[in-house]
Design a protein around this ligand. Structure first.
Ligand code: 3PG
Length: 306
């Protein structure tokens, strides 16, 4: 069996070593395609692969068509909006993710970016503290929970809204669970986004919603760029000079945001929330183990295209 690790944004070497150990321990072969820049390289590499480990790499119908021996794709991470699930199912390929394995890394970056934002991007002027501020967690999944845990240590007042998580679960963690996204944005000084990119959520973070933030509100995005209605956010930030937007996923309109809103906008150059050795090891090795479990034992835990 041939397992391909196809990562345009590579894992740390220690994670690749760990993946190799898992794969070779059961007599499978590991192939590596890292930092590729052309889709053709991916199409060539998948030709004889039985399993693929990916990150945000796009696995569409063309990739499935080029991979006749493929049985499983594991997205080493949480969001699998980069995989065409319909095409996978049509080709009889199992798709899995590795939920929770990289969430602490993403949550820590939320606070790395937030502290930078409230300290005015380290321009030397007097900023503010996070302690005592109202933090809104928009979706209480694995990353949201880690954000809440860290925010407790900082002494923030924590609120959350999640359309799918029972309020009791959030309340059991000491979080104030709200009834709607509208209420969350109207209540909190800072909102941290943790919703997946789905047909329902795409463009859902719009003018009307973000405009509910109180004066000096901050929107933090470590989720997906597709959930933001960029044109409406630009319009709102034009009208409200008090708002800040900080993101780990560079918007399509990055140049406009950067030119229009200096001191109020920040984007990492490349999505790096999950880019830690620990997250790479956790998610990479979990992916390798899930592949072995599936190919050898038929285990379908974490399958997302049921
Ligand atoms: C995820 O969905 O797991 C995160 O967004 C991390 O994505 P990445 O593996 O592309 O860094």
């Amino acid at each position: 069996m041939k397992v391909l690790v196809a990562t345009e944004k590579p894992f740390a070497k220690i994670a690749v070593d760990g993946i190799r150990k898992e794969v070779e321990a059961v007599g499978y072969e590991l192939a590596l395609l890292e930092k590729y820049t052309e889709k053709q390289a991916l199409l060539d590499a998948v030709k004889d692969a039985n399993a693929i480990i990916i990150r945000s790499d796009i696995i569409d119908k063309e990739v499935f068509d080029a991979a006749p021996n493929l049985k499983i794709v594991v997205r080493a991470g949480a969001g699998y909006d980069n995989v065409d699930l319909e095409a996978a199912t049509a080709h009889g390929v199992c798709v899995m993710n590795t939920p929770g394995q990289n969430s602490n890394a993403v949550a820590e970056l939320v606070f790395g970016m937030l502290i930078m934002a409230v300290r005015n991007f380290y321009d030397g002027k007097s900023g503010t503290e996070l302690k005592g501020k109202k933090l809104g967690i928009h979706a209480y999944g694995n990353v949201g929970r880690n954000v809440a845990r860290i925010a407790k240590g900082i002494g923030m007042d924590i609120y959350a809204y999640d359309a799918y998580c029972p309020k009791e679960v959030m309340e059991a963690d000491g979080i104030k669970a709200l009834d709607s996204a509208e209420e969350l944005y109207a209540t909190c000084d800072i909102v941290s986004l943790h919703i997946p990119a789905t047909p329902e959520t795409k463009n859902s973070i719009n003018y009307a919603l973000v405009n509910r933030l109180p004066k000096n509100g901050i929107l933090v995005n470590t989720a997906r760029k597709e959930v933001i209605n960029e044109a409406e956010l630009i319009q709102l930030m034009d009208e409200r000079a008090d708002l800040k937007y900080i993101t780990d996923i560079m918007p399509v309109a990055n140049e406009i945001f950067a030119a229009k809103f200096p001191g109020r906008y920040f984007s990492t150059p490349k999505k790096m929330g999950a880019q830690t050795a620990e997250a790479n090891i956790n998610a990479g090795i979990a992916a390798a183990r899930q592949i072995v479990g599936f190919l050898r034992d038929g285990c379908e835990k974490f399958r997302v295209n049921k």
